[in-house]
Design a protein around this ligand. Structure first.
Ligand code: UTP
Length: 286
């Protein structure tokens, strides 16, 4: 078994109903933050963390996601013939490693989406990145997790403190021993009411997992909302393998929701040297 994290699963088969009507025909992960689609931020973060194989779990209407990572031959030739600079494409033409796509034939939940990648993942640890959680940090969130994971192994979740009234939107951690930014995970509860939440440590969209979780997911057990939940499967392997959660040094933008999406565009535009000053001036004028 590899003791490096070489593979990453990107579950991108969800319906994105919170962003309708934009997501009626456009995959949520292809929506743009400033000048690049959400998926590119996640793939760049994975590359920085040393991931060699990107496994997209896609569904109906998501072909644009996979096409995006091909060289755009006609576009590049036409631009070159017209004497146009290819600089704007440069950020989308880096080496993305190997791209593999598998299908989730029905959106039965995040746990089911991850399980759809089981044959490609095989018998090695793997990362999971949810592209709608855009993590802005240097180094990137997954790189910070991989560095911590190399010390402790097992399963590792990414966590952040969430407001008490928001626990119902997250998987929530029952915490054990705390060592700096690392917290031992003793239990996990999916979407608890505030009074039932074991802490305010919510699970956010980055994971490093052991392949054994795929065997738990084989059972196809339905949980909250009738969906096959990843959190429920992870809860079952606690106690059999080291299990920790890391608070990373990064800002999370929840781009799966309209407000988070708009704020992410603003926050990232403000940080850009080529756009920030004008955006700031316009906001001040409002
Ligand atoms: P979300 O909970 O954001 O669901 O999924 P969603 O369907 O994408 O969006 P809404 O709630 O309808 O607006 C979290 C992640 O899991 C993936 C999504 O694509 C997203 O990256 N997912 C979810 C799947 O791939 N398949 C599923 O069946 C469910």
């Amino acid at each position: 078994m590899s003791n490096r994290v070489r593979k990453a699963v990107f579950p991108v088969a969800g319906l994105g109903t919170r962003l309708l009507p934009a997501t009626k025909t456009m995959p949520k992960e292809m929506l743009t933050i400033v000048d690049r689609p959400l998926i590119q931020y996640a793939v760049d973060e994975a590359r920085e963390a040393g991931i060699e194989q990107m496994i997209f779990v896609t569904g109906r209407g998501k072909a644009a996601l996979v096409d995006y990572f091909d060289m755009a031959f006609e576009l590049e030739t036409t631009m070159r013939d017209a004497g146009k600079s290819l600089d704007a494409l440069a950020s989308a033409r880096t080496d993305y490693g190997e791209i593999v796509a598998v299908r989730q034939q029905e959106p039965l939940g995040l746990g089911h989406a991850v399980w759809c990648a089981r044959h490609i993942v095989g018998d090695e640890p793997f990362a999971v990145l949810l592209p709608d959680d855009l993590m802005a940090g240097t180094p990137g969130a997954l790189k910070q997790m991989v560095d911590a994971w190399e010390q402790v192994g097992g399963n590792m979740l990414c966590t952040e403190e969430v407001p008490a009234e928001k626990t119902k939107s997250y998987g929530v951690i029952a915490p054990g021993r705390v060592d700096g930014d690392l917290t031992e995970v003793l239990g996990l509860v999916e979407k608890p009411d505030p009074q039932d939440a074991p802490s305010r440590l919510g699970v956010i969209g980055r994971y490093i997992l052991q392949p054994q979780v795929m065997q738990v997911l084989d059972a196809g057990t339905r949980g909250a909302g009738g969906e096959i939940q990843l959190t429920d499967a992870l809860a079952k392997v606690i106690g059999t393998q080291p299990f920790n959660a890391l608070k990373v040094n990064a800002v999370r933008h929840d781009c799966g929701d309209k407000l988070g999406f708009v704020l992410a565009n603003l926050a990232l535009a403000l940080e850009r040297p080529d756009l920030g000053p004008q955006v700031r001036e316009y906001l001040a004028s409002l």
